[in-house]
Design a protein around this ligand. Sequence first.
Ligand SMILES: *Cc1c(COP(=O)(O)O)cnc(C)c1O
Length: 423
Amino acid sequence: MTVTNAPHAARAVDWKAPDALLRADPELADLLTGEAVRRAESLQLLAGENVTSPAVLAALGGPLIDKYAEGYPGRRHHSGCSLADAAELLAVDRAERLFAADHANVQPRSATSAMLAAYAALLKPGDVVLAMSLEHGGHLSCGSRANFSGRWFDFIGYGVHEQDGLIDLDQVRELARLHRPKAIIAGGISYPRLVDWAGFRKIADEVDAYLIASAAQITGLVAGGAAPSPVPYADVTVAATHKLLRGPRGGLLLCTAELADRVDRAVFPFTQGGAAMNEVAGKAVALAQAGTPEFSAYIRRVVDSARSLAGALQRGGARPMTGGTDTHLVTADVSPLGVTGVEAERRCAAAGLMLGKCALPYDPAPAAETSGIRLGTGAVVAQGMGESELAEVGELITALLSGGDQARIGARVRELAGAFAGG
Ligand SMILES: *Cc1c(COP(=O)(O)O)cnc(C)c1O
């Protein structure tokens, strides 16, 4: 498949260290070349990873990398910002159009920084927040004691049904009535099904709480029309530009007009200093690309491929959570194959299948072992794979975990990786 010049083509995997880098720092150049080779010889199935488009990479390495621009367009604390302002306005305008949002802030450096700013905009330390529990698929920034969120706010966790793995809105409502949270967070990092944003909104209204959508994992699905948008329902939506959106590593906040000022002030100056203007430029490019029919086709293929992967894992004896997926993400219980999540991750990595161990809801295994794996199809589909290849990937994984020949499976993985190495 030749997609090198298509707008969403994967970047060439035969990455060569530029001369300037080779001369200045051969040691680091060597590491980067090694990383390019590692990627070219393995399949990237980590759910949050993707292949940044060449146009985004070009913007990231462009002249705005050197610009100091604290503040917002028209209200900067530095001189010489008129073109930086125009670039940020372009990114903001594209984000607002793409997600039909009243207001966008494109400055958060990561999704976690964006969560911090969302909390800062709406809450005070000590406020009660109701969020998906970490054991059931919530992110660290939703109440982990190792994260600011768990120290500064009083988190109550909701979970998923034991039988079907789906979010239990009745439990969410019950907990909301009992604990009267100031904010409810809908969505998580390991949930393979669509979130009922309207259902969450109703509950938030019943208890007079803010609704924050934790939508970093699925930002690209929403942009591509494959998942319902949280934007009409949430007070603040926390998005990521580096996952399915294929943009630079970064966060994105979308909110109502009413909250625009509070959200902006929560990013700068409350939680960040000067914006990374090259990342803002990269976000502008990614947001434009995500509005094209090609991107929607890519996203459809991502979801179809994930379904195909889940089906193959199931046929091979693993147990996909919720019975499948509506997204790019598959979580599966590998204990029926006689391995822990940690062992599965190790064996797969040795064969060039890069995926993550995953604690499952109601996981009986210790947190350090886990019973599950988590995979996503964003990167491999960006490289041109589709349903049939993902079915084969699922077969290779379950064959490997059932004691199949690692050398043979590893060889096939390298062959596939080579055939789809950036088009
Ligand atoms: C990926 C993700 C995060 C963290 O993103 P970073 O950019 O690494 O901080 C937070 N929440 C959710 C739901 C995510 O999917």
